[in-house]
Design a protein around this ligand. Structure first.
Ligand SMILES: [Zn+2]
Length: 82
């Protein structure tokens, strides 16, 4: 876990922390090369959010700095939306 994830998990009630992690795992960060990884696995947080933002970051697969799209993975359906 990243620093911010550890901090939030330590301060939030367990139910919120689980909801936060489930939601963050349902959002996928996708590079133009095709590489995709969940927001949570990239050390980020996405919770109680909608839309399709973009993040400028380095891709661990192709190594390029580029705009990554952040999209909700329809195959992952957290039971608790928070
Ligand atoms: Zn890439």
């Amino acid at each position: 876990m990243s620093f911010i994830q550890k901090v939030l998990k330590s301060v939030l009630p367990q139910r919120w922390a689980e909801s936060m992690e489930a939601n963050s795992r349902a959002w996928m960060v996708r590079c133009s090369c095709g590489f995709a990884q969940s927001v949570w696995d990239r050390g980020g947080i996405r919770w109680k959010a909608a839309g399709q933002p973009r993040r400028y970051m380095q891709c661990p697969q192709c190594g390029q700095w580029s705009w990554h799209t952040v999209t909700r993975d329809p195959s992952v359906a957290p039971s608790d939306q928070g």
